[in-house]
Design a protein around this ligand. Structure first.
Ligand SMILES: Nc1ncnc2c1ncn2[C@@H]1O[C@H](COP(=O)(O)OP(=O)(O)O)[C@@H](O)[C@H]1O
Ligand SMILES: [Mg+2]
Length: 218
């Protein structure tokens, strides 16, 4: 099991806002699951707990063999095990495409051959000819492909995608989702995809539904 979550709780504002209200979730290595639910239901909070961007209040969460309630070095865990893709690609505007892809590599297995690794990934995403461009010179779909290349930088065990196609037109959305599917199928990367869109969720082999911080289906 690559993700094991038991009775996970997370509140904000001194407990006034209950974002996660006793989540139980198990994911096997190599699965492609989607987490679906309306705005404010706790999807991003759950993803941030899995990716160790934030700490839960209570419960148990193990990811890729590590107990995140106890793990001291969360940033090293993140760098080595997790690739993030967000709705707004979060590329750094004054760095080139190549440099953006290299950001996570400063902490990980490709430190000594960053250019070579970044070019490999850009080729895989069909962006080799854009390596020296700035993000502002790319289309929305191209930028999101750069974000995928960056998420893959350190060969992550798990990709966490938070509404990754939310800002794209439907044709570009389809291409991005197909790339994620291919990654899962051919490279056995575990994927957790968050969306409020049932059509996007249906790309996954299992759909989890969340409402008011609780899993209500899937
Ligand atoms: N950093 C934060 N501070 C305060 N409240 C937050 C914070 N992050 C999320 N919340 C609240 O927690 C709940 C769940 O939010 P979120 O996980 O972002 O939902 P979703 O991604 O499903 O839209 C919402 O009520 C939201 O306002
Ligand atoms: Mg969200």
């Amino acid at each position: 099991m690559i993700i094991d979550i038991k009775n996970l709780k997370k509140t904000f504002d001194d407990g006034k806002i209950v974002a996660l209200d006793g989540i139980n979730l198990q994911v096997e290595e190599g699965e492609f699951i989607s987490i679906m639910g309306p705005s404010g239901s706790g999807k991003s909070t759950l993803l941030n707990m899995i990716g160790a961007l934030d700490r839960p209040d209570s419960g148990m969460i193990k990811v890729a063999g590590r107990n995140l309630m106890k793990e001291k070095d969360l940033s090293s865990f993140r760098a080595r095990e997790i690739g993030f893709i967000f709705q707004l690609h979060n590329l750094i505007p004054n760095l080139t495409v190549l440099e953006n892809v290299e950001i996570p590599m400063f902490e990980g297995p490709y430190e000594d051959r960053m250019d070579e690794r970044a070019m490999e990934l850009l080729e895989y995403l069909g962006l080799a000819d854009k390596a020296d461009r700035l993000p502002s010179e790319l289309s929305g779909g191209e930028r999101q492909r750069v974000a995928i290349a960056r998420a893959l930088a350190n060969d992550p065990t798990i990709i966490l995608a938070d509404e990754p196609t939310g800002s794209l037109d439907s044709k570009t959305e389809k291409k991005i989702l197909e790339k994620l599917k291919e990654l899962n199928r051919e490279h056995k990367v575990t994927i957790v995809l968050v969306t409020h869109d049932p059509r996007v969720a249906s790309m996954a082999s299992r759909i989890i539904e969340i409402l008011d911080g609780k899993i209500v289906g899937g």
